[in-house]
Design a protein. Sequence first.
Length: 362
Amino acid sequence: MSNRNYWLDLFTGVTWEEFLAAGGRVSGFRESRWSTIQKVKPGDYLLCYLTGISRFVGVLEAVSAPYKSNDRIWKDEDFPSRVKVEAVVVLTPETAIPVFELRDRLSFFQDMKSPNAWTGNFRGSPAKWKTSDGDVVLAALLEAKANPTKRPVDKAKLARRPKALKARIGAVTVPESEGSPEPPANAAEPSDHEAIQSLLLKLGNDMGFDVWVARNDRGRQVKLTELSRLRNELPLQFDEATNRTIELIDVLWLRGNAIVAAFEIESTTSIYSGLLRMSDLIAMQPNLNIPLYLVAPDDRQKVIAEVNRPTFKRLEPPLFEACRFISFNGLRSRLKEAGALIRYLRPEFLEELSESCEIEDL
């Protein structure tokens, strides 16, 4: 039985082409991944995945111990944590295998509690994968090499170059939120995400706070002109990556330059985008003193289970200590009770309204 391990190796269309142009003999990762890449051993397989178009494009075998180098391979970043590799399978983006074609055979697609939960497995690399999942990807790529099938590729997504931003922990990229799906043109009602977002914006505005709506959600919210205290810019208090992450949080309440409360709203798609944004903030700014709230449907058990995943519990502080849960119905009921007295509410009412995300002892 082989002792080989499988590791995810993420590329953009651009970094994949740069890797191949340099000879395809060295795979690299960020400085912050050095402790992880040291676990990669000669003989291990790297599963190459193209972000943006969500396809597996190749398998590389590690043929050296990990090492550090700044020799130029990639244009935008050094990726100094490196390992020498040899190609096992290399496909083109057109013949690469969409991840969804393997969904019936990959373990993380089974029993998903939310449709987009699988994306959490492609958050960073290198990441160790189950042997069974690695075997599935390897077999599929070998078959695709022997019998290639061409599929159209979105050239814009393939050419995407996410900007690396400076953070306290080093260079990072800040992914755009998936947000809520665009409603049909004839939709009579806004989505749950939009409705709760609008409710929180109006509430903060009526309480006398300045309010902020996620920069990439401004085209979805049609009632922004009704908010007299809507901010168009945020105070630049942190490094570039932290500021960019904060700009993508669904709703912020501010008093002057201070953030009074931050809300991530998750409805029927996945709670992963908000959780990952919160975890990024904690990783980049562990001493950040911003009250974080995850606002989601009433299934508290599901939310708590997600917040207490091992990847989030390893943060310092763990995510369950840094954020609290507010249910959609709990928020609506509390505001209905407050009625005309909303303007007299204080932020402290959120503590009473929200629930701890810590798993209670039995």
